[in-house]
Every structure is written in C-alpha cells, then in structure tokens.
Design a binder for this molecule. Structure first.
Ligand SMILES: [Zn+2]
Length: 70
C-alpha cells in the first residue's frame, strides 16, 4: 500500500474513500454533450443488483478525484 499519494495539482495528501454511481460512468475525449451514451466507452458499468464502490482518492481543495476503473 502506498500511504502518501499526493494530489497532482497541489501535492497535498489525498483522502481515501470510495466513489459509486447508480448509473454508468463513461469516458469521452470530446466535450460535446450527448443525448445518449450509446457507443461511448464505459468505465464503470451499471450495477444491477448492488452498487459497487470503487476505491478512490480525492483532494477536497482541487476537487480532484482519482480512481481505477478496473
Ligand atoms: Zn489538490
């Protein structure tokens, strides 16, 4: 375990926690808004039975969240 992960912006220590979403989390390289996420890359898929939580690290000052999607 790496205990001292630092924020990439302000270098403060990141706070450990979990993120979760009742819907999917998708990735796009375009900032354009979309009507549907069909065809986009899904990082976190729908939770059908229970909502999975993803270990994440967050900086409250910069509102940066870092998480792994696999
Ligand atoms: Zn920060």
């Amino acid at each position: 375990m790496n205990d001292a992960l630092k924020c990439p912006e302000c270098s403060n220590e990141l706070k450990r926690g979990y993120i979760f979403s009742p819907r999917r989390i998708s990735w796009s390289e375009s900032p354009d808004p979309v009507l549907s996420d069909f065809g986009s890359e899904v990082l976190i898929n729908n939770a059908f039975i229970k909502i999975g939580k993803i270990p994440a690290l967050r900086c409250e000052d910069c509102t940066v969240v870092i998480f792994k999607y696999k």
